[in-house]
Write a protein that binds this ligand. Structure first.
Ligand code: SF4
Length: 244
């Protein structure tokens, strides 16, 4: 294959297309776009939509790995289109929607159930003790403990890649993204909501649904140690049972 490092290369994209209001079944459509090696997959998709086919649907917002809205499956691996450089993509690029979620149109999926699971974790600071005079302070060491999990942008790549979520029999599992958010509060030195979160965490489809496949950690675009954090939640629950 000719090196993509030559400027002005033609990049071939095979893109999943499905409009449930018109199509009986999904299909794939192939497009060719001119791209610079340092362009991102997102640039290619935008070029297709602006110059070739305005019917192609996909989500994006910031374009810089912060909003988490352009998660999709790229050559079989979930990731952000704005973080994939053309020079790193080999051959014909297969672009599909995130698995696990229902397709709304083309690369756009329904993230409603994903956010329901996220909200079930009560993703906010819960406090019971009266507030101090100025603020609830946190030392650098305690902050360091939750530093990684705070980077989560809720892109859904981890949950979409999780074999447990991909299995219809176990799809009720809350999934890694919701658990990362639970970790963020369970291990926050200021939070006092551990007991309140137990009813959704200490269940077969809560944290115990995790089978430690590590797929979540492999795909996370923010390099969060997802599996390790889920393991620490399990440990906290186990210790609570063992040493009540
Ligand atoms: Fe995305 Fe990583 Fe957050 Fe999962 S943990 S939603 S992959 S940023």
């Amino acid at each position: 294959m000719t090196s993509l490092l030559q400027a002005g290369m033609e990049v071939k994209l095979r893109i999943f297309r499905f409009d449930p209001t018109r199509d009986e079944r999904p299909r794939f459509q192939t497009y060719e776009v001119e791209a610079d090696p340092m362009d991102r997959l997102l640039d290619c998709l935008n070029r297709i939509r602006w110059e070739q086919d305005p019917t192609l649907s996909f989500r994006w917002s910031c374009g810089h790995g912060i909003c988490g809205s352009d998660g999709m499956r790229i050559n079989g691996v979930c990731g952000l289109a704005c973080q994939k450089l053309v020079k790193d993509l080999e051959g014909e690029v297969l672009v599909e929607p995130l698995p696990v979620f229902k397709v709304v149109k083309d690369l756009v999926v329904d993230l409603g159930p994903f956010f329901e699971k996220y909200h079930s974790m009560k993703p906010y600071l819960i406090t019971k003790t009266p507030p101090p005079e100025r603020e609830r302070r946190q030392g650098p060491e305690d902050q360091q403990l939750i530093e990684d999990s705070i980077r989560c942008i809720l892109c859904g790549c981890c949950t979409a890649s999780c074999p447990v979520n991909q299995n219809q029999e176990t799809e009720s599992y809350v999934g890694p993204a919701a658990l990362v958010r639970a970790f963020r509060y369970l291990y926050d030195s200021r939070d006092e909501g551990f007991e309140e979160r137990l009813s959704v965490l200490d269940r077969k489809d809560g944290v115990w649904g995790c089978q430690t496949h590590w797929k979540c950690t492999e795909v996370c675009p923010k390099e969060i140690p997802v599996t390790k954090e889920i393991g620490l939640i399990k440990r906290r629950l186990y210790e609570r049972k063992r040493f009540p």
